[in-house]
Design a protein around this ligand. Structure first.
Ligand code: IPD
Ligand code: CA
Ligand code: CA
Ligand code: CA
Length: 267
């Protein structure tokens, strides 16, 4: 079976659009969306749309490629045998979705032998779709996107996010307290995959967050990097659970130094 990233992207994009239609239609059908349950903490909510979308994505990907692996936020891991693993966030930005804020996305990435080679982030509420194949640049609705030309943290619009754990949030707030006075402004838009795409499109100059999971980061991280962002963690680590940062090259070193000084990758 082919592992051509362009073919994987075609399947991912078609599937993300179908899942996006499903979740958007379900959201538009009700005035108030119900919480179906909570996960790690009472603030970590899940709706029936999260699980329905993941089930749809899983069934479409396995119908096309039955022997691949799968990592999804809601239903866990399926081991595959082809070297291709799908990393899926069925709704990134569930709290926005719950409240009817049109800032949520379906995120699907294809990893080949552990390396993310193709990714799509689709916002069904705005209709915007970011895509990337490793080495091929990043696109928004088929047109190339590029990071901003910002060269100073003092002029940077910086996105961030908070996890669902209260103790970690306190620490994240303390770090933020130091950052707010020295940047242009801060945004907490509520969907990590879209934050990474915002960096790719120059709508943010930088973004950082501690505590992300692979499904938050896989597709958006590739898209940001392919648009020219510096994507990584602190102290030379790759972007991951300890810290994920994506920044236009002109502010990456300054932001990294600041986050390292503040110990942003520690609770
Ligand atoms: C969350 C969102 C949020 C980020 C959290 C994520 P979910 O994902 O991306 O912006 O701050 O860290 O867990 O739960 O809505 O898929
Ligand atoms: Ca997520
Ligand atoms: Ca999610
Ligand atoms: Ca979630």
């Amino acid at each position: 079976m082919t592992a051509d990233p362009a073919d994987l992207l075609t399947l991912a994009e078609k599937t993300a659009r179908e899942a996006g239609d499903l979740v958007r239609d379900r959201r538009e059908a009700v005035e108030r969306m119900a919480v179906a349950g909570t996960k790690s903490t009472p603030t970590d909510v899940v709706t029936e749309s999260d699980t329905a979308a993941e089930a749809l994505i899983r069934s479409r990907l396995f119908a096309a490629r039955p022997d691949d692996g799968f990592v999804g936020e809601e239903d866990g891991v399926v081991l595959g045998s082809t070297g291709v693993d799908w990393v899926v966030d069925p709704i990134d930005g569930t709290v926005n979705y719950l409240y009817g804020i049109p800032q949520y996305a379906v995120s699907i990435a294809a990893q080949v032998d552990g390396v993310v080679r193709a990714g799509v982030v689709h916002n069904p509420a705005s209709g915007e779709t970011w895509t990337a194949v490793l080495g091929g640049g990043a696109l928004l609705d088929g047109r190339p996107v590029r990071v901003s030309a910002c060269t100073s943290l003092s002029l940077a619009l910086v996105g961030t996010g908070f996890g669902y754990d209260a103790a970690r949030r306190s620490r994240q707030a303390a770090v933020l307290l130091e950052i707010v006075p020295i940047v242009r402004d801060i945004r907490r838009a509520g969907a990590a995959a879209l934050d990474l795409c915002a960096v790719a499109s120059g709508r943010l100059d930088a973004y950082y967050e501690r505590g992300l999971n692979p499904w938050d980061l896989a597709a958006g991280g590739l898209i940001a990097a392919e648009a020219g962002a510096v994507v990584g963690g602190l102290h030379g680590a790759p972007a991951g659970n300890d810290l994920a940062m994506a920044a236009t090259p002109g502010v990456a070193a300054e932001l990294t130094a600041l986050l390292e000084r503040l110990g942003a990758d520690h609770d």
